[in-house]
Ligand binder design. Structure first.
Ligand SMILES: [Zn+2]
Length: 274
């Protein structure tokens, strides 16, 4: 199983060329894409993946830094004449995909290609596992934004397992059983230093306080992530979803204090074999 990081930034920032959030899993040429934030389509192409290889797209949630590049991706399927993939995501994914189709229709002179017109988004059944081309996918609801449903995904194929946290305030109670014994846990993480640097650049104290109050309770501080990884006995931990001023070395060092496995900062465009 090959895992490629197609975007590693929070909020879709392009600092350090991170882009938004996106991960691609390639199992013997069959591909599952998890999230499709800013810059993701470019990374898919750079990895040499043909659009027809993408058999499923999984969304963790519908914030723009995880989903805004879907119309660009679908437009590629139309141009290539490839069969579009199965799309699974949180509540609201059906309407979101329909809106993507409308956007493609008005933004191309040729209209919507017939095989794209049949494309739809399915709200995931949390009791069920899904399978496409021998790749098994299961979702768990997680706390992030109270106004929308947010998911973590576990993907298993060929005896390997990967867990993608999405955005959340992590908690061992639900994340440890879900990520148990995974070969790779890809988890969002921020450091206190990174958050301090982020709010420091804001113009007023009200803005700084507002950002801190909004970000910290809805995202995962790195030491909490490391504790989850340790308790879940995962082999490797990839940290991702970096705020613009984040220093990846600080993050990795902090995680290493509490997690005895292999930990690294996900680098946009890079792949790991598991
Ligand atoms: Zn995000």
């Amino acid at each position: 199983m090959k895992v490629t990081f197609c975007g590693t930034g929070a909020g879709g920032n392009y600092a350090n060329d991170r882009g938004g959030s996106s991960v691609m899993i390639d199992q013997g040429g069959d591909v599952v894409l998890i999230d499709c934030g800013p810059g993701a389509v470019r990374r898919v192409q750079q990895a040499g993946v043909q659009f027809g290889q993408i058999k499923a797209i999984l969304l963790t949630h519908l914030h723009y830094d995880h989903a805004v590049s879907l119309p660009e991706l679908f437009n590629r399927f139309g141009r290539m004449g490839s069969d579009p993939p199965r799309i699974l995501g949180p509540k609201g994914i059906g309407d979101y995909i329909e809106d993507c189709m409308r956007l493609i229709t008005v933004s191309t002179s040729r209209g919507l290609p017939e095989h794209l017109a049949a494309l739809s988004g399915e709200s995931v059944d949390l009791e069920q596992s899904y399978e496409v081309a021998g790749i098994v996918m299961k979702a768990m609801e997680v706390p992030h934004d109270p106004d929308i449903q947010c998911l973590s995904w576990r993907i298993e194929a060929g005896g390997s397992s990967v867990v993608v946290s999405g955005d959340l305030k992590t908690n061992a109670d639900f994340m440890v059983p879900f990520a148990a014994d995974a070969d790779l846990l890809i988890h969002e993480a921020y450091s206190v230093q990174g958050l301090d640097a982020l709010v420091k650049g804001m113009p007023t104290e009200i803005a700084r306080e507002g950002a801190r109050r909004k970000f910290a309770p809805t995202h995962s501080e790195v030491s909490e992530v490391a504790k989850v990884a340790q308790a879940a006995r995962v082999s490797r931990l990839a940290l991702t979803h970096f705020v613009p001023a984040e220093d990846e070395e600080v993050l990795v060092n902090s995680a290493q204090e509490l997690f005895s496995g292999d930990v690294f900062a996900a680098l946009a465009g890079e792949s790991v074999e598991i």
